[in-house]
Design a protein around this ligand. Sequence first.
Ligand SMILES: [Zn+2]
Length: 305
Amino acid sequence: MLKKPAVFVLTFLSIFVLKTIGFFRKKSLLELKPNGEKSILILTPHADDELLGCGAVLKKQAEHSAQITLVNMTDGGASMSRLDSELLVKIRKKELKAVCRLLGINNIIHLDQPDGNLKPNEEIIKRVATIIDRIKPEIIYVPFFCDFHRDHVATNLILSSALKRSFHTCAIRAYEVQVPITPLLFNSYVEISDWLQIKKNLLRQYQSQSLVLDNVFLAWNLNASFIQKAKNVEVFFSCDSPTYCWLIDNFVSDEETWAKNFYASGNSAKILLAYLKGLRLRKKIADHMQGAGLLRSAEPSSTYS
Ligand SMILES: [Zn+2]
């Protein structure tokens, strides 16, 4: 793992290079606010992804009476920890339960798939499709498919197949976990400054995890520097569900190949390398999205405030 000074030197150099090439032009992006949604679904590949990626927006929506269902895809037994796997699974479920209670998420469904080896198999696709048909969410949150972690990619493949099977359509908000969505691709945000300290405190609930939080805090602030009038943000790639399925069909056909493109572990240097390695592919996706007008106005109008 990189030592802190090295992380900051790398970060400073990256910011300097990005500034030099004019990367920090501020964009006027869509600010997402609760809009009377009644039913929301979030897919989290691992307990803690939901809080890192969209904890503040979920809390805001719960405060506006949205019923939120969280589907925890994996059992969490393979995360970096000194604990025995069986004990770790139990502890992570407890941690997730505590965080969900504080966020106002009232329904947790555990799919208990093997951590690190989530597969888009028939049984799981069917279960997710059944959940979507039952709760008919207006918004589904999922980690953005352009990610280094194969479980995050598999979650997207499962969602895409489940959506096609269920005939339900809704808004998708793809959230950022550790790999930056990047200003090339995010098209909406939530200002979280009023909730920043609470979110940081909540992350301490995940004591079993050795999260590299300095980078995460920096990302919330750094992403805001690309957006007019923003200070700290959760960013999203938002679009309607048929469009999101189309993107997955066309850019993520094979989770193994995709995972090799982006693979890294929680190590800061590897995340940076994985990001750089996937840059050309991200640019290709961004060009397509730009051409289709998807980076300007992306959600069904009913979900805009
Ligand atoms: Zn994860």
